[in-house]
Design a protein around this ligand. Sequence first.
Ligand code: ZN
Length: 310
Amino acid sequence: MSTPTMEAVEICDVAPRDGFQVVSTWIPTETKIAVVEGLADAGFKRIETGAFVSPKHVPQMADTAEVHATANVADDVRLSTLIPNLRGAENALAAGISDLVYVFSASESHNKSNVRRPVAASIEELGEVIRIGRDHDDFKLRVNIATVFDCPFEGRVDEDTVYAAIEKVLAYGTSIELGLCDTTGRALPDHVRDVCAGAMKRFGRDGINWLYHGHDTFGLGVANALYAYEAGIRLFDAAAAGLGGCPFAPGATGNTASEDLVFTFENMGIDTGINLAKLLSVAETIAELPDTQTGGHIRIVPRERVLSAA
Ligand code: ZN
């Protein structure tokens, strides 16, 4: 491995949430737990383990509380959970989970399709989530803004729309992690760079941990992440085996594969803290599950070629 000379990155693996949520065949709870533990063992300090959403709409996430409570990981590994509304936050907090990822979309039609309400209502409800979260000592909040670049229904999303949404989120005045999400995977690298750089320039970095979440639908997942890195982003979402999608974003395929990002960053001298061989074995486990639509490249290259390069 080359000596890191550039600023390190952190990768949050979202396969157990963004990936598993679109798998139609039930994945046994023990398997989900084994994946979370395997990712932690590979070196991930951030893992999104599931979501508190309606089991009627996303049945695969019904056992999130159990996965979260049972997974045995080191103390420095943060397990977070996605919530689309106040009810999800209440349920997660009641289950003892205080590391929350609140999601809404920058574009109206995707927000309506995904969480069935206008954007303004989602941002208003975020205030309620922050209010109840503050009663919990270890409350941590990330806000993922979906369709920051492209909406499956409206196309390219106007930057001012995105900045207006960010401004409203930041008006709550809480220290926050802010995810700029390419939900459809259709963003182009220069667009990703411009919006990431634009948002950070406009709103600064004090009390804000900026994150880029990308999909690889158009084969641009790694390129987009690199442009986000160039813009100053140091925290990324990705999913082992390139699993993922959005049940409410037609045509969107998997997240950028964690192993592709780790391979690229590490070979560029950018430390990820992840053991690629261990990550690849977790990715294999995921790829062998029934009904999974996997993606990425590194996993299917002969292993010795991948690991000798890293
Ligand atoms: Zn996603």
